[in-house]
Ligand binder design. Structure first.
Ligand SMILES: *Cc1c(COP(=O)(O)O)cnc(C)c1O
Length: 387
């Protein structure tokens, strides 16, 4: 029996311990020391983001974004239903209502052609999600937002180091949110960043991040004492988190090269099955460069997806489905009372399977995944015989 193949495994560069030791001997291990600054500078320079504020998670960054949108009770925010709960929670916590829009079949991203139909006088913002590190149609979305005076927030949790027309995801909307969670490309266990692309929002973003105080201005010498000036919370990460993260960000190119090879291997070895129309492999629009965040396949129906998932599990391979669409979740139904169906979201989420994907997965392990998939899909008998 072969050792099991996990779905995800964080890649360790080898420098993490050294940087954490340095953080400890530097003496301040709370927020905003050397490593926090270095991470923010690196992201800001590399991705041309005017202001990057490191946060304790992407969830925190999204919460800050929602506060910066000035959401109030009764306001509406447009977003896909096919996303992680944090996108919607950020909005709901401000008393606003998520308005779910269906996705495009090609990318599983919000369908920009449907956005305008959902805009009302209460709409304040559009929260887009770049699924699997492939960009939404940002030019079109920004055009709609401009026309209706809406704020654009990019949930770029999965999109760090991916681009749209040469621009980094997270740097395109008014605000962007990154994740460095264990399951993402570059990790610090938990961690995130808020990209502030609209300079008018920088000062308030710093205040919200620092418990509603103007402490950043105080440290810069702009005010002579610091005090409570706005709402806020404790959104900054500890230095040790950023020490770990800096090691990862410095190795971004190496990690990406490895992930690209993993992606290409799946793409090439699964394309014969795609040609036989037994599954669909991911594609990216021409102007979108992916960061190889994940490799997901679509099976022809839910029964085949569930059967294949069980078959892989039996072979010691962990492949997993993704989001329960928010509009059909326990919490989401409270906001989606008309019960309207989102046809593409419902269909694709029932047929999607994510394959084991991490920077140091071996080609032998990947070949085992591919063989197990082929064995299941190419068997002449009905797939249901396995269940
Ligand atoms: C992972 C993820 C998040 C949450 O990130 P955390 O850093 O764990 O808070 C939010 N949105 C999307 C789309 C994600 O994939």
């Amino acid at each position: 029996m072969h050792p099991p193949i996990p779905f995800n495994k964080p890649f360790i560069t080898g420098k993490e311990i050294e940087y954490i030791s340095a953080a400890i001997s530097n003496s301040g291990i709370a927020a905003d020391g050397y490593f926090t600054r270095r991470c923010a500078e690196l992201l800001s320079e590399r991705f041309s983001i005017p202001k990057v504020l490191m946060t304790s998670s992407c969830t925190s960054a999204l919460e800050m974004a929602a506060l910066l949108c000035d959401l109030n009770g009764g306001d509406e925010v447009i977003m896909p239903s096919f996303t992680f709960v944090s996108t919607a929670n950020a909005v709901v916590r401000c008393g606003a209502k998520p308005i779910f829009v269906d996705i495009r079949a090609e990318t599983l991203n919000i369908d920009e052609r449907l956005i305008e139909d959902s805009i009302t006088s209460k709409t304040k913002a559009i929260f887009v999600v770049h699924y699997a590190g492939v960009s939404c149609e940002m030019d079109r979305i920004k055009g709609i937002a401009e026309k209706h005076g809406l704020v654009v927030v990019e949930d770029a949790a999965q999109g760090v180091n991916a681009t749209y027309k040469g621009r980094a995801l997270g740097s395109i909307g008014h605000l962007g949110a990154y994740s460095f969670h264990d399951t993402k490309n570059y990790v610090s266990g938990e961690g995130g960043a808020l990209c502030v692309n609209d300079s008018r929002l920088v000062e308030r973003a710093e205040i919200i991040r620092d418990k509603g105080t103007n402490r950043s201005q105080f440290f810069r010498g702009a005010v002579d004492k610091y005090t409570w000036v706005d709402e806020g919370s404790s959104f900054a990460p500890a230095e040790i988190t950023c020490a770990f993260l800096l090691a990862q960000l410095e190795a971004m190119d190496e990690i990406t090269v490895r992930r690209r090879a993993v992606y290409q291997f799946y793409l090439e070895s699964l394309s014969p099955l795609a040609e036989q129309e037994l599954l669909t492999i991911p594609t990216a629009p021409e102007n979108c460069e992916t960061n190889y965040h994940m490799f997901h396949i679509l099976l022809n129906d839910m029964k085949t997806r569930d059967g294949l998932m069980a078959h892989l599990k039996h072979d010691g391979i962990s492949a997993v489905f993704h989001y329960v669409p928010l509009h059909s979740s326990v919490m989401g139904r409270k906001y989606w009372q008309n019960g309207e169906s989102l046809a593409i979201t419902d269909d694709l989420s029932s047929r999607l399977l994510r394959l084991p994907f991490y920077a140091d997965i071996t080609t032998d392990e990947q070949a085992r995944v591919v063989n197990s998939i082929s064995e299941f899909l190419e068997r002449p008998v009905s797939h249901s015989s396995r269940q």
